[in-house]
Design a protein around this ligand. Structure first.
Ligand SMILES: Nc1ncnc2c1ncn2[C@@H]1O[C@H](COP(=O)(O)OP(=O)(O)OP(=O)(O)O)[C@@H](O)[C@H]1O
Length: 194
């Protein structure tokens, strides 16, 4: 897998929280650091232990977030279980300047916005969990979320799974039944090997 993907369009990866999209995305970036880079979103949510500002997210106040939104700095923005998340044009530009392919790990509201933007051409991949029960186990196992937050994420997951079925949105839906197999499918897809 030495040669870069022929298609340099950004990659949008979506799917319910806990489906493993973060892990699969990170694996793709770790395996191909000279090809892909994750866009760093702005968010109003609190940083979790171990998350670093400017690396996991740009953690900002609601005031700062609203300013970015109102001055048109965000290419997409979404509210997710009570917090705001958005991709700045600057975060994308930084990656393009390095001649790398941006990967956006975003939820469905954000996907709808970039999908509707004629100036933003991308590949769209949805990652699905094997089932909602598996998702629930993963969310609980992580131990970072409150019960209320877990329920909110599961409700959102149901909506995300329905959205993934919408014809014409995703170029590929990958079921994360086995992490190795799902990764192989993602890699083959993005490198245009199939
Ligand atoms: N800029 C953005 N626009 C829209 N959605 C975003 C953006 N940044 C992050 N998200 C989405 O917000 C959701 C919550 O992200 P967060 O990091 O708080 O939780 P998470 O449970 O760790 O997510 P995951 O397990 O899916 O990586 C995720 O589905 C993520 O894809």
């Amino acid at each position: 897998m030495a040669s870069p993907p022929p298609d340099r369009r950004p990659l949008v990866i979506s799917g319910p929280s806990g489906a493993g999209k973060g892990t699969l995305t990170q694996k793709l970036i770790d395996a191909h650091p000279n090809t892909f880079e994750l866009t760093v979103s702005h968010t109003t949510r609190q940083a979790r232990p171990g998350e670093k500002d400017g690396i996991s997210y740009h953690f900002v106040s609601i005031e700062t977030y609203n300013t970015l939104k109102s001055n048109g700095s965000l290419i997409e923005d979404a509210m997710y279980t009570g917090d705001f998340y958005g991709t700045s044009k600057a975060a994308l530009a930084e990656i393009f300047e390095k001649q790398l392919i941006p990967i956006l790990d975003i939820e469905m509201t954000g996907v709808k916005q970039v999908k509707a933007n004629p100036e933003f051409e991308a590949h769209y991949v949805s990652i699905k969990p094997r089932g909602l029960d598996v998702l629930e186990q993963q969310l609980r196992g992580r131990g970072t979320e409150s019960e209320h937050n877990i329920q909110a994420r599961l409700d959102q997951a149901r909506r995300e799974l329905e959205f993934a079925e919408t014809a014409g949105v995703f170029d590929r839906v990958i079921v994360n039944d086995d992490p190795e197999r799902a990764y192989a499918e993602l890699e083959s897809f993005v490198f245009g090997l199939e």
